[in-house]
Design a protein. Sequence first.
Length: 114
Amino acid sequence: QLQASGGGLVQAGGSLRLTCAASETIVGARGMGWYRQRPGKQRESVALLTSGGETTYADSVKGRFTISGDNAKSTVNLQMNSLKPEDTAIYYCYIDGARRGIYWGQGTQVTVSS
């Protein structure tokens, strides 16, 4: 199980840092990342970090969001800068445990006011 934290209310242009940690180490994870679900929209991938250290970002957040993580500790973070009202969403972390399946966090609300 993953526990996410760091969400909240921030003004446009501000920053937030989301963190996510597993209750126990997920051995052999092949990737981790963040999804979000904006109001009235489908869940979408925001950022991905592979076990090899490669990162992928949604076009809408490139240059503003940075993902980081530690496979050994089963933690994943998302630094969000220059936030926009359209970033308002519930953010979900996950860790791909390969054969163990996908582990999801409970979601954390991010609200950006204009």
